[in-house]
Design a protein around this ligand. Structure first.
Ligand SMILES: Cc1cc2nc3c(=O)[nH]c(=O)nc-3n(C[C@H](O)[C@H](O)[C@H](O)COP(=O)(O)OP(=O)(O)OC[C@H]3O[C@@H](n4cnc5c(N)ncnc54)[C@H](O)[C@@H]3O)c2cc1C
Length: 51
């Protein structure tokens, strides 16, 4: 089977988990690509400590 690329749009907590599960479930030649508008990852629950 030809290699597949699966895009996950938005790399927050949900997107990060989805991409990791996809990578585990897809065939080794497939790719899971995570796309986010920000270059840096922010762990939203930690924002609590900034307040
Ligand atoms: C201060 C604070 C404390 C919290 N504490 C807890 C806690 O203790 N326990 C708990 O379970 N939950 C907690 N939460 C809630 C938890 O953070 C959210 O429920 C969770 O982050 C939601 O995940 P998500 O993937 O839906 O969205 P997010 O994690 O918010 O991710 C959304 C992503 O989408 C990206 N995005 C948005 N628009 C675009 C676009 N147009 N193109 C590309 N990318 C885009 C953003 O850059 C971001 O990376 C807390 C939230 C906050 C703010």
């Amino acid at each position: 089977m030809a290699a597949r690329t699966v895009a996950v749009l938005a790399g927050g907590i949900g997107g990060m988990v989805a991409a990791r599960v996809l990578k585990r479930e897809l065939e080794p030649q497939d790719r899971a690509v995570l796309v986010d508008r920000d270059a840096q990852y922010t762990f939203a629950p930690s924002l609590l400590w900034v307040l």
